[in-house]
Design a binder for this molecule. Structure first.
Ligand code: FMN
Ligand code: MN
Length: 459
């Protein structure tokens, strides 16, 4: 049975020894962030801060900061995680609309709306304010259907939130559609504390019009139950902890947002003229659990989920043109701006890898900074194996291409003032004149030894 709520997922993590409950009072401004940073360094468990200063609502964090926990979330094994996620993400299941929902047990509207009731965290000391980092933004458009994605949101006042839409992400397209139709407002729902399949699905980037809610259904192998909002025309996951029902005027009012500690590990500068929206209603469960994602200096949770979702997306898109592509993965150490693509050594043809490298720039909204293509004897999930391939199968002048001054992420502090960056494309496959034979025991011997492992006295 898939998890229907954050609470049921936390209960499973607890059973699996993957959750630390913290009863001691903690400060959401600084202390929670420091605990999460330390947990990332120690490769520690998920946490539930049960007693957060200034709020009665507990805060969950570090939920999917390892492949083991992502595998638990999707009810599969770490070994099968990639293939299983790939398979399920392609099997779309539409949401089911229900009429009564736990996320609407407590409803506050009008003057009763107060974001200060929520334990919103300041993750890093230079952040310009309190940020929602696990707000699942849900948009609905008559032509495009739903869109589900996490976007950073800074608190502006007790009922206003900055919301950053960037042009190559879909929220922007939904805003433009509403604008083109002459709408006065864009209605925006924000769900916090959702079931883990919805969380993972929020990190997929299907083509505009395809629907992350259907991917969530596919990932959990059951429709996501959604309920209609109280004050806006949109639906939200019925089992969410907390829902913010918001409206952004068109054209949006703006103010100064940031700075914010971003996923590449650096604090952004402030954004002048960032749009903001008004929270019309806050609805929540009686037993609501708030969700915070800490991000900043790597490693962190964001990179584990995106490694999987962006890799799968790129594989899916590249396979269409290049059948020898076997898999693609964005290893967490590659900050989700490095892609590793594995090709079938038997069916690649001369020159194909260079074309593949060029074509890879089309995926992930062109944000990749480095792409490496490896043979199928390389475990693409292991950055050390990829490094081995680069060091022993690459001649730089022949196999490394630099795409100068291309569009990348402006969050890369080494990019220029326009956000332009050089891309590195590496063909780390064996070439025709490659003369190495891999030195390792035979497969049968490895299998025999594995079968006798306990007999040797190993555990
Ligand atoms: C913690 C966290 C914060 C994020 N913040 C933003 C953000 O502020 N802006 C943004 O465009 N994407 C952000 N993302 C990435 C998007 O959620 C992700 O790329 C998503 O797939 C985009 O979906 P879309 O193509 O439907 O817009 C964030 C992801 C996470 C996990
Ligand atoms: Mn989308």
């Amino acid at each position: 049975m898939p998890f229907d709520s954050l609470a049921s997922f936390l209960a499973r993590l607890d059973d699996e020894g993957e959750l630390q409950r913290i009863a001691l009072e903690v400060d959401p401004a600084g202390e929670i962030g420091a605990v999460c940073r330390r947990l990332n360094l120690l490769k520690g468990p998920a946490v539930l801060f049960e007693n957060v200063k200034g709020s009665r609502i507990p805060v969950a964090g570090q939920l999917l900061a390892s492949n083991r926990r992502i595998a638990i979330a999707l009810e599969t094994t770490e070994q099968d995680l990639y293939a299983e996620t790939m398979r399920r993400a392609g099997n779309l299941i539409r949401p089911e609309i229900v009429s009564r929902a736990p996320c609407q047990q407590i409803v506050s509207t009008g003057d009763a709306v107060n974001l200060d009731d929520l334990p919103i965290v300041t993750n890093n000391p230079d952040d310009g304010g309190r940020y929602l980092t696990a707000g699942h933004v849900i948009l609905k458009d008559p032509e495009l259907g739903y869109n589900l994605a996490i976007y950073r949101m800074m608190v502006r006042s007790r009922n206003e939130l900055y919301l950053r839409f960037i042009p190559n992400h879909h929220g922007w397209a939904f805003l433009k559609k509403a604008e083109a139709r002459g709408s006065q407002v864009l209605q925006i729902a924000v769900a916090i504390g959702v079931d883990p399949a919805v969380y993972v699905a929020s990190q997929f980037e299907p083509m505009l019009g395809a629907n992350e809610m259907d991917i969530a259904g596919g990932l959990r192998r059951k429709p996501v139950e959604m309920v209609r909002c109280k004050t806006i025309d949109c639906e939200v996951p019925a089992h969410a902890s907390i829902v913010l029902e918001c409206e952004m005027r068109i054209p949006p009012p703006t103010g100064t947002e940031g700075p914010f500690g971003e996923f590449l590990g650096y604090t952004t500068t402030t954004v002048e003229n960032e749009s903001y929206m008004t929270v019309k209603a806050i609805t929540r469960r009686e037993d609501a659990i708030y969700h915070n994602i800490w991000l900043g200096r790597p490693p962190h949770e964001h990179l584990w989920i995106n490694g999987l979702s962006y890799g799968i997306q790129a594989e899916h898109e590249l396979k269409v043109r290049f059948p020898p592509v076997k898999a693609a993965y964005a290893p967490p150490s590659g900050l989700s701006i490095k892609l590793v693509v594995q090709v079938d050594s038997k069916t690649t043809y001369p020159g194909m890898v260079k074309n593949l490298l060029a074509a890879s720039m089309w995926t992930r909204g062109s944000l990749w900074k480095e792409v490496v293509v490896v043979d199928d004897d390389i475990n693409l999930f292991d950055p050390e194996e990829v490094e081995w391939a680069v060091l022993t199968r690459v001649q730089a002048e022949r196999d490394i291409m630099i795409l100068p001054r291309a569009r990348g992420t402006k969050l890369d502090p080494s990019s220029d003032a326009d956000g332009l960056t050089d891309k590195i494309l590496i063909d780390a496959t064996r070439k025709k004149d490659f003369k190495g034979t891999v030195a390792e025991p035979r497969r049968e011997t490895m299998d025999r030894v594995a079968a006798r492992w306990k007999d040797y006295g190993f555990r």
